[in-house]
Design a protein around this ligand. Structure first.
Ligand code: 13P
Ligand code: SF4
Length: 376
């Protein structure tokens, strides 16, 4: 997604000036404005967020302030799209920097997924998970919320659902209550970790679908045998966490609790004490005993914030090299300032609007996700 450079005077603002101008614009816009901030946003942005959350919470909370005409989403593009889909038409969703995408979401596109679906059907026959499809063949498509709106629409149209890291176990259980197999995209790791937690064998019951190879790089027999068809996608931030880092943390701090996001690889999640979404990570740290020690495997802005907010506990990042999400980081305060000052002048910049009929089917899939909820 292209983002034009900001007018030059924004670049020369000091942090304090920028902060003050954001506050002034917020005051001028009053209840007409709501700012949402994902936990991976930098502190200077979180300071201005009316609501903060993980992707599940922000999707659920997007319409918490129905009187607000403008929802400024400080997160990444797929999150702003979901907010647009889930809010009424009169609310305008804005992403401060259009270049704030997600490299994982870019690892699956509509053409590739449609193509995979066709190839799987050529092996299994009638795979649509409707009441009248042949038993034994139904495949339920599940997309991680970290995906473009047209992939959410694809799962909506094909009797599937969206999930987030918060409700992946509930969503996969729901899917396997409707079909014999799940096509899960784009994050292989969330799919594998969740399937493993449900008791499936990663070698026997799961195959990897490489969109650049015929049949995803699988034989027809393996496609027939597998319960989970996992898309070959990953998060470049969470892929950095390793088993070696878990071992080092345990060597240095024998009482350490290792807490990671389920976008990490299976061996890392298995070696950790706990794994869960960003909201879960926050909750675990909040509930922890004073004096406890935590090595956390997720984005550095959140880890540093937790360390600042819980000075009675020792909190550090599992990866000693700093690992920010470079696209989340593109929401710089100067972009927020520019967006808000334009709104004060009556100009809407960077609106994220999902066109129909994509929005309709994506809404069906997101509504299923919210209906499934988080209880597995
Ligand atoms: P959460 O669902 O935990 O917010 O994660 C979103 C994300 O992009 C993690 O990389
Ligand atoms: Fe995407 Fe990973 Fe960044 Fe999350 S942390 S927004 S999955 S690149």
């Amino acid at each position: 997604m292209y983002q034009a450079p900001l007018p030059p005077h924004y670049a020369s603002l000091t942090d304090a000036e920028c902060d003050l101008r954001i506050q002034r614009a917020k005051e001028a816009l009053g209840r007409n404005l709501v700012i949402l901030g994902h936990h991976y946003q930098r502190d200077e942005i979180i300071a201005h967020a009316d609501y903060r959350g993980d992707s599940y919470k922000l999707a659920k909370d997007a319409n918490l302030q129905p009187e607000a005409m403008f929802i400024v989403f400080c997160g990444v593009h797929f999150m702003a799209e979901s907010a647009d889909i889930l809010t009424p038409d009169h609310q305008v969703v804005i992403l401060p920097n259009m270049a704030a995408g997600c490299s994982m979401a870019d690892m699956a596109n509509h053409f590739q997924v449609k193509n995979a679906w066709k190839q799987i059907a050529s092996v299994l026959g009638d795979i649509e998970a409707t009441e009248d499809s042949s038993p034994g063949n139904r495949v339920v498509p599940v997309t991680y919320i970290n995906s473009a709106a047209n992939l959410k629409a694809f799962v909506g149209e094909h009797h599937g659902t969206v999930c987030t890291s918060t409700n992946a176990p509930a969503a996969l259980k729901w899917a396997l209550g409707r079909g014999e197999k799940v096509l899960f995209f784009p994050d292989q790791h969330l799919g594998r970790n969740t399937g493993f937690k449900m008791g499936y064998d990663p070698q026997k019951d799961m195959i990897l679908w490489d969109p650049f190879k015929p049949f995803g790089g699988n034989t027809p027999d393996r496609i027939k045998e597998a319960t989970f068809i996992l898309w070959k996608g990953h998060c470049s931030v969470h892929k950095r966490f390793t088993l070696e880092q878990v071992r080092t943390a345990r060597d240095l701090h024998p009482s350490v609790k290792v807490l990671v996001h389920p976008e990490c690889e299976l061996e890392v999640v298995q070696a950790s004490d706990l794994a869960g979404s960003t909201e879960y990570i926050i909750q675990m740290v909040k509930e922890a005993e004073p004096g406890s020690i935590w090595a956390i495997g997720t984005e550095i802005n959140l880890v540093n914030r937790l360390a600042k907010e819980h000075k009675d506990k020792t909190i550090f990042c599992l990866d000693p090299q700093i690992c920010p999400c470079s696209t989340m980081y593109r929401i710089h305060p100067t972009f927020l300032c520019w967006i808000l000052e334009n709104l004060v002048e009556g100009k809407v910049m960077n609106q994220v609007k999902v066109p129909e009929p994509t929005a309709h089917w994506a809404r069906v899939a997101l509504a299923r996700m919210l209906e499934i909820g988080t209880k597995d």
